[in-house]
Design a protein around this ligand. Structure first.
Ligand code: SAH
Ligand code: SF4
Length: 363
């Protein structure tokens, strides 16, 4: 396989140009086409001579992800299923602005990207963990999810400005378990010469890998942190998230608190409401307490049913009671009820379904 163009830094591309007796200013032009102008292929690079385009095509892979399926609509959520070089699938979800959630203004779009094929953490409610862990995504495979959506949408909307202004690292996989590759990808997505997405507009979600949360706290960039809490007491959390045995709530809270004090940035506590599992009013007070301690906001998400799993979302009444219970204690809280999540459900599920279909076709 050729090295991906999206993993070239300006320096490495300049070195390559020098070796090929080409002027180094071409690096900026090429990277602009790749990261900013959403070129759909080498031939779109109109200010690059043919001979150089041909050499580039022989030296670099244009994209490491190929669209296998698109589902949904632009005013709710759009899901993309990507096929990787080795035939594995991951997905991204394009979400229209929701200013209350991650602080973006209303003409913005957030892309949710994957960081691994499968997941090793085995949260009991999650589709991504069902088939176990397959592999980490490379930095280029993470960057290319963003570039590919820009290319597809640019095609559809012709010559519009950049679409994606915010990123949430909440697709398939545990981002913190692929920390090095993720940081390399984010460096490119954040760079002026890259996608130019502000660090504060990038939110990394984790099930609670304490050492990596501490790394992030001391990372020079101001990436935001979301923690998949889903239980406000160890008793509840360890029933659904095996990672809680390794890093119980006390340690998780200490790491999050360190992040908060170093970054002075808003932490989001994600809390999926699962019927009869974590929706009991007894969870409200410890959750509110944790949010206060971390100066965090709580994002309640009604659970999306996963085929083959026994869990369900609670009634609207129970959801509202939980929401109002938190509000009454002064906790900043939102309850997310997007349509897209009802129709095609959370990350991980599209891939699962496609793999099932492929397996059935193969029979
Ligand atoms: N591994 C990371 C990021 C990917 S999961 C993490 O766990 O944070 C992204 C979010 O989707 C997590 O908060 C996860 O708990 C949630 N999630 C997983 N399955 C879900 C489902 N069926 N319904 C609603 N949310 C789900
Ligand atoms: Fe992995 Fe996150 Fe799913 Fe848990 S919720 S299995 S950590 S992707």
């Amino acid at each position: 396989m050729l090295p991906p163009i999206s993993s070239q830094s300006p320096e490495s591309l300049k070195n390559w140009l020098v070796q090929h007796n080409e002027p180094t200013y071409r690096a900026d032009q090429i990277l602009q086409w790749v990261h900013q102008k959403a070129a759909v292929d080498w031939s779109a690079m109109s200010n690059i001579p043919d001979s150089l385009r041909n050499q580039l095509a022989e030296a670099f892979q244009f994209s490491t992800v190929e669209a296998a399926q698109e589902q949904g609509s632009l005013d709710t959520t759009l899901k993309y299923l990507w096929k990787l070089n080795d035939g594995q699938f991951v997905e991204s979800v394009l979400i229209p602005a929701n200013p209350a959630l991650y602080g973006e203004s209303s003409d913005r779009h957030t892309l949710c990207v994957s960081t691994q094929v499968g997941c090793a953490y085995g949260c009991r409610f999650c589709a991504s963990g069902l088939g176990g862990f397959k592999r980490n995504l490379t930095p280029a495979e993470i960057v290319d999810q963003v570039l590919a959506v820009e290319r597809i949408r640019r095609d559809a909307a012709s010559a519009r400005e950049r679409l994606i202004t915010n990123l949430v690292i909440m697709g398939m996989g545990e981002p913190m378990a692929n920390y090095e590759n993720l940081m390399e990808a984010l460096e490119t997505l954040n760079a002026e010469w890259g996608a130019g997405i502000g660090a504060r507009k990038i939110t990394i979600s984790t099930s609670g890998l304490v050492p990596r949360i501490l790394d992030l706290a001391h990372h020079p960039k101001q990436y935001r942190l979301a923690i998949s809490l889903h239980g406000a007491t160890d008793a509840v959390r360890e029933k659904i998230m095996p990672i809680n045995q390794r890093y119980p709530l006390k340690e998780l809270a200490a790491a999050a608190s360190e992040y908060q004090s170093v970054k002075n940035g808003m932490i989001t506590l994600e809390y999926i409401l699962i019927e009869g599992i974590n929706d009991h009013p007894e969870q409200i007070s410890p959750l509110a307490q944790l949010a206060t301690e971390l100066r965090a906001k709580v994002n309640l998400i009604p659970y999306n049913h996963v085929d083959g799993l026994e869990w369900n979302r609670p009634s609207i009444g129970t959801q509202d009671a939980f929401l109002n219970g938190l509000k009454a204690l002064g906790t900043p809280v939102t309850l997310r009820r997007e349509k897209g999540h009802d129709i095609d459900a959370a990350c991980g599920q599209l891939r699962l379904r496609t793999e099932k279909e492929l397996a059935e076709e193969a029979l």
